[in-house]
Write a protein that binds this ligand. Structure first.
Ligand code: SAH
Length: 279
């Protein structure tokens, strides 16, 4: 029996596998070494919308790739089809790199893909990535926790599959940093609900657009004006919303300047990129 025949049986062991790789928030230098190794050695790469063009530029030219990104209201490849595709590629014996923005297991549907793959008998590996909360906060000079100011941090999605089902009362009272993913179009709701449930209207907030990228913008203000800020500054996706007193530390902790990018085109090149460029 050939390997090909073996692999077509639904429960047959496969030679292929799928590696879910977190690509981080955009800056290629924020890829882990392991992520880069997987990108360089895989037989096939499937990547999402939030994988930056600088990271796409690191894909080996010989490796077949496929864009399976989603716009908010326009699912370019439905999740079920995507799961089937991953299973099919692995059954062909390929090592598949499934590359997602940030970390695959934080609002990235990575868990769903792993369940599907495992139930199909496909071997799975995970490479964690820097999630947007961590990357954007660092580049904006906002510590997600800070002794005496915030003893914790809650990451929340403001996007519900059907309806948003958040415990606003709990969020408003928890008295530590809140980070909203996919919250831009819900900034009015976030502002209103937190205030209705008792959070002070003057609580500091930050909107971080294109965090960790040359075009990063950080817009700061207070909770009551959050929707106004988003509208007035024409904030674009992807954007992260941080709510909490830690935002006030941003001036003192600031370190990142977009000038570094505009002078050099990019952050100082990593050893890998230099090697690639000179190859
Ligand atoms: N798995 C990803 C999150 C996917 S959900 C992660 O771990 O980061 C997509 C949301 O993440 C966006 O709507 C935005 O809120 C946030 N996001 C991702 N990358 C971002 C970036 N570079 N700058 C600002 N927000 C970002």
């Amino acid at each position: 029996m050939t390997v090909e025949l073996l692999n077509t049986h639904p429960n047959a062991p496969t030679l292929g596998r799928v590696i879910l790789v977190g690509a981080g928030p955009g800056d290629p230098d924020l890829l882990t070494i392991k992520a880069l190794r997987v990108i360089e050695s895989s037989d096939f790469i499937l990547y999402d919308r939030l994988v930056s063009k600088e990271i796409i530029a690191l894909f080996p030219t010989k490796t077949p790739t496929m864009y399976v990104g989603k716009q908010k209201s326009n699912h370019s490849v439905p999740q079920d089809e995507l799961n089937d595709l991953l299973v099919a590629k692995a059954r062909q014996g390929l090592t598949v790199c499934r590359l997602k923005g940030g970390d695959s297991l934080i609002f990235g549907r990575g868990g769903e893909e792993i369940l599907k793959l495992k139930s199909a008998g496909i071997e799975v590996e995970l490479v964690p990535g820097i999630t947007a909360a961590s990357g954007c906060a660092s580049y904006a000079g906002i510590p997600l926790t800070h002794r005496g100011i915030s003893q914790g941090c809650t990451m929340v999605t403001a996007h519900g599959e059907k309806e948003l089902n958040l415990n606003w009362e709990h969020l408003a009272k928890i008295d530590h940093t809140l980070v909203f993913y996919m919250g831009l179009s819900k900034s009015q709701l976030i502002s209103t609900q937190l205030q209705i449930h008792g959070m002070s209207p003057t609580t500091p907030v930050a909107l971080i657009e294109n965090g960790c990228c040359p075009s990063q913008r950080v817009i700061r203000g207070q909770l009551h004006e959050l929707p106004l800020l988003a509208e007035r500054e024409i904030v674009q996706s992807p954007a992260l919303i941080i709510v909490g007193d830690v935002v006030n530390l941003a001036d003192q902790l600031a370190w990142f300047s977009n000038n570094e990018f505009s002078n050099a085109g990019l952050l100082p090149k990593s050893r890998h990129q230099i090697q690639k460029l000179s190859a």
